[in-house]
Design a protein around this ligand. Structure first.
Ligand code: ADP
Length: 191
């Protein structure tokens, strides 16, 4: 967005919100997407669920209340950064529809991506060995196994990571962002 004097307005920021089950590919896609967006001159900040839990949300567990609190904190930080023109990539399971909707409402410039992958594929991938522990009961309240995941009803984009490569997923995101006019080159927006 450009103001009348040609400067970028604070609202030129954007939050790209990746939601989906553990191991679906959120972090992997976020990393690749960051590289693409930085190459296009965007200032990118990643807010990854696993990383946030080591800092901002340290001490929070996996009860519904703690999950909601974790997602709300990420939403709030994303809101502040987006307001200042950053491109935020939030990659967090964020299993509940209503809390994602809260983040969307707070942030405004919100692009929700459902990183979708069938459970049987996730169990075969299991890069962190978490599904094995979830099915054995060693990890309780595991999203998609013993805890709910509410699929987005109207995401801006759905990626089927069992059927597409990381490169294809990132290409699809970039194309959709361009179609939506959300990747205007900074050079074109500064007087
Ligand atoms: P999440 O952040 O959703 O928990 P990760 O990105 O940490 O997931 O892990 C996803 C795993 O699946 C990685 O080991 C990645 O290499 C693998 N993978 C296989 N195919 C894909 C794909 N098409 N998109 C994303 N990740 C994929």
């Amino acid at each position: 967005m450009t103001s009348s004097n040609g400067h970028r307005t604070p609202h030129a920021g954007l939050t790209i919100w990746l939601t989906g089950l553990s191991g679906a590919g959120k972090t992997t896609i976020a990393d690749r997407l960051e590289t693409e967006l930085v190459a296009r001159g965007r200032r990118v900040e990643k807010l990854d669920g696993d990383v946030v839990r080591q800092h901002l949300s340290k001490g929070l567990g996996f009860s519904k209340e703690d999950r909601d609190e974790n997602v709300r904190r990420i939403g709030w930080v994303a809101h502040r950064l987006t307001h200042h023109g950053a491109t935020v990539i939030a990659s967090v399971i964020s299993p509940y529809r209503d809390i994602r909707a809260e983040a969307r409402e707070l942030i405004g410039d919100f692009f929700e991506i459902y990183v979708k992958c069938a459970l049987d594929v996730l169990v075969r991938r299991d890069p962190k060995g978490l599904y094995a522990k979830a099915f054995s009961g060693e990890i309780p309240n595991f999203t998609g196994v013993s805890d709910p995941y509410e699929e987005p009803l109207f995401p801006e984009l759905t990626l089927e990571t069992a059927n597409e490569t990381v490169e294809q997923s990132v290409d699809r995101i970039i194309t959709r962002l361009e179609e939506a006019g959300l990747l205007v080159e900074p050079a074109a927006t500064v007087a």
